[in-house]
Design a protein around this ligand. Structure first.
Ligand code: HEM
Length: 390
């Protein structure tokens, strides 16, 4: 039986009124999750300094052989138009399901360029020196399935349906010029599950992201935003798919886990401190003459001479089908590790070299995918992402 509008409304009101623990405020704020928007236009692309959303999908595309500068330009113009509309909660121009666009849920679309795209659009001299595959590292076990790409679509929102819809619209627009090579999806806690600003936990259970560049810090801009030529206001993105051996980690006891990291898993505090944001004391010695924070721990190795970080780490967890289910594997999980810096060779590479030489955490983590993209600056209304290239 269908209830009339008034009766149905009264029913909902009664239900709300008598549901314990639910009052108007959380209900209102829950709805805000869907309607909230992040401005698309600006000096920098959205999706980098933006507080990370709950869901992110990364699609790397390969340019079709015949895609020339003009085709790339047209594609970027339409992608920009689609992305700006979707970010406002409006359907894309040729949206077949505009109903799905009405819940923007802080949608951001961030475009990244591989070297082939930059070369075809503007010639070899426009390719930044760092826009190339990373040097190979001893710990790597890379699979082409998650490596490289000419164009990156990074689509993120606090709602998975929103992400899926936006990805499909953008891929339809790109299809005449570029086709998907790989797709990877990741997640963090849902909005509202934890206090805003809580540092994320990865699937090892670790507090991950404590020592990081933060948009409110003075050195964020100089660490993250590039200021050279067509890239001014853009940045570089390193995306590493790093598999985490959750079964192996299970076999490690709490002190073992804490020693591997140099921080307590329970609350993220350094082994020499009480609270998450206490400064680690790498000189402190324990009773047996060993450093309290082991020299081979992840944080001791990741830290350079300068205590300030050289990159913005902005990772997402992934949890996919097991790679080798026949072998008792139950999951393929890890981090879509994302690092943003003005220059990959200054930001990411020196840290990865140190970790490659020595880091206890390497026993449980393996990079299996790797890609580097130039993230062009943002654009104003009437412009398009990548317009500084043309
Ligand atoms: C699956 C792989 C990884 C895991 C599980 C992991 C986990 C963590 C955790 C839990 C922390 C301590 C909390 C914090 O400050 O964020 C940390 C710190 C850090 N990690 Fe990683 N990490 C991984 C890979 C990497 C990679 C590939 C890099 C860069 C090449 C990196 C660079 C850093 C840096 C720079 C810090 C801060 C160190 C400091 O205190 O100065 N991590 N990581």
């Amino acid at each position: 039986m269908l209830l009339g509008g008034a009766a149905a409304g009264a029913g909902v009101a009664a239900l709300t009124a008598c549901t314990p623990g639910i009052d108007e405020t959380p209900q209102d704020s829950l709805l805000d999750v869907g309607t909230d928007t992040i401005p698309f236009f600006g000096t920098h692309q959205a999706g980098i300094a933006t507080p990370p959303q709950a869901f992110a999908t990364f699609v790397a595309l390969t340019l079709r052989n015949e895609a020339d500068a003009e085709a790339i330009r047209r594609m970027l113009q339409v992608l920009t138009d689609d992305a700006s509309r979707l970010a406002e909660g409006r359907g894309a121009l040729a949206d077949t399901e505009p109903e799905l666009a009405r819940t923007p849920a802080r949608l951001t679309v961030t475009l990244g360029f591989g070297s082939a795209l930059v070369r075809r659009a503007a010639g070899r001299s426009a390719v930044p020196s760092w826009l190339k595959p990373l040097p190979s590292f001893g710990i790597d076990d890379l699979d082409d399935r998650w490596t490289g790409g000419d164009l990156l679509l990074h689509v993120a929102a606090d709602d998975q349906v929103t992400v899926a819809h936006a990805v499909r619209m953008l891929l339809k627009t790109a299809r005449a010029t570029a086709l998907p090579k790989w797709r990877q999806s990741g997640f963090r806690r849902s909005r509202g599950s934890e206090k805003p600003g809580t540092t994320m936990r990865n699937l090892f259970g670790q507090v991950d992201g404590t020592v990081n560049l933060r948009p409110e810090d003075d050195d964020f801009a100089s660490g993250v935003w590039n200021d050279e030529g067509w890239m001014a206001g853009g940045t570089s993105c390193v995306l590493r798919r790093i598999r985490m051996d959750l079964d192996g980690w299970d076999r490690l006891d709490t002190p073992g886990r804490d020693q591997a990291m140099g921080r307590r898993q329970s609350d993220g505090a350094p082994l020499t401190g009480e609270h998450e944001f206490d400064e680690p004391d790498f000189e402190a010695m324990g009773p047996h003459g060993f450093s309290v924070i082991p020299d081979f721990s992840h944080i001791a190795r990741a830290r350079g001479d300068d205590p300030r970080p050289t990159m913005l780490r902005r990772s997402f967890n992934y949890d996919d089908d097991p790679v080798d289910a026949g072998d008792g594997g139950i999951t393929d999980a890890g981090l879509l590790f994302l690092a943003y810096q003005r220059d990959v060779d200054e930001g990411f590479v020196p840290v990865q070299r140190r970790l490659d030489e020595l880091d206890l955490l390497n026993q449980w983590t393996t990079p299996v995918g790797s890609a580097v993209f130039a993230i062009p600056p943002g654009c104003q209304k009437g412009g398009f992402i990548g317009d500084t290239l043309f």
